[in-house]
Design a protein around this ligand. Structure first.
Ligand code: KG4
Ligand code: ZN
Length: 338
């Protein structure tokens, strides 16, 4: 079963072809970094316009690179939310138009569930109970799954998402956009113990997160250094900030895994590209007791293979959407992994 996937929830335009929910035939991503960099963040309208320009050439290339005829496509999947509404509408419109004109099933996919599914594109299989942590630019979400059809949210962020905090702190430090990779690179030369930043809500007793405090602490430190005319130790601040965020994510993930009794542990989303974070999670859940599933870096950040892959699994179960399906910027989690 061959699914064409379309992803346009934020600032990456992506198209992929995936067979049977797991074999990637092609997966292409067009980045918009140069468009948004001057603004230090994603400008929603510019993102939508860039999706409009990029999608059709990307679609043509994805089909060509997959080496298939478009008649071989059994279904079309698109990200319906959560995300930026204008950006989502571009992918939704193309998805609907293609499914209608090709006469194949249409599937609207939850972006966060697709992130969680990503390791399945590299041969992983889910066993239950499962605990998942999705950490991206817009979300920080802990989930528990008892089966494909029973998954609930255990905790989420009360303010900034972890990736958002990386982006904002990189902005404060003036080291580039997007912030995550910039902080990780700069932090390599820094001392994570030089500055102790707050570990927001680490002992809150629940599984929610807060990352606005650590961001504000960085801002106050920078203000103080500036007022005193002192140089800014960028690498030490980046390393201290990164350590604080990873500490909180790791601590809450550990509690979630223990509370759910999960033996399968899944990490997904753009922040899961972070090498230090990946190593921390692997070290925390030894392979003698746990199956730790983390997709390779390019499948952790936004892509369409995860959308097409999850859709393949859904279609196999016989579920498809009707023409009334709409984009939803605040798409709720629902009650399963599909
Ligand atoms: O999942 P994603 O590609 O898009 C969303 O759904 O938001 O995640 C993007 C986020 C951005 O905030 C970016 O700064 C962060 O992931 N990110 C990282 C790293 N690479 C990307 N954060 C920390 N370390 C990284 N290496
Ligand atoms: Zn994402």
């Amino acid at each position: 079963m061959l699914i064409l996937g379309i992803e346009t929830s934020c600032d990456e335009t992506a198209v992929a072809l995936v067979e049977d929910g797991q074999r990637i035939l092609s997966s292409l991503v067009a980045f918009q970094l140069d468009i948004h960099r001057p603004f230090g963040g994603v400008v929603p309208e510019l993102a939508s316009r860039a999706h409009l320009r990029a999608l059709i050439p990307l679609l043509e290339r994805a089909i060509r690179e997959a080496g298939v005829e478009r008649e071989a496509v059994d279904g079309v999947a698109f990200t319906r939310g959560p995300g930026l509404i204008g950006a989502l509408l571009v992918g939704t419109s193309l998805g609907k138009a293609l499914a209608y004109s090709w006469g194949v099933p249409l599937l609207g996919i939850n972006h966060l569930k697709a992130h969680l599914y990503a390791p399945c594109l590299e041969g992983a299989t889910f066993e239950f109970p499962l605990a998942g942590l999705i950490v991206s630019g817009g979300h920080t979400l802990l989930v528990e799954a008892r089966s494909w059809d029973a998954a609930r949210i255990l905790g989420s962020t009360r303010d900034d998402a972890a990736g958002e905090a990386f982006d904002k702190v990189a902005g404060l430090l003036g080291i580039g956009f997007p912030g995550g990779p910039a902080i990780e690179a700069v932090a390599r030369g820094g001392d994570p113990g030089k500055f102790q930043f707050p570990r927001g809500m680490i002992g809150s007793g629940d599984l929610d997160f807060s990352f606005s405090g650590v961001k504000t602490a960085v801002r106050y430190l920078l203000d103080r250094l500036k007022a005193d005319g002192l140089p800014v130790p960028t690498a030490d601040i980046a390393a201290g900030f990164q350590a604080a965020v990873i500490d909180v994510l790791a601590a809450k993930f550990k509690v979630a895994v223990e509370e759910t009794g999960a033996r399968t542990v899944v990490l997904g989303g753009g922040v899961a590209r972070n090498e230090l974070f990946r190593r921390r999670v692997r070290a925390m859940f030894p392979s003698s007791r746990y199956r730790v599933l983390i997709a390779s870096a390019d499948l952790c950040s936004d892509n369409a293979a995860m959308v097409a892959g999850l859709a393949g699994r859904i279609l196999k179960r016989g579920r498809e959407d009707d023409w009334s399906i709409d984009a939803d910027p605040n798409l709720p989690w629902g009650d399963g992994l599909l």
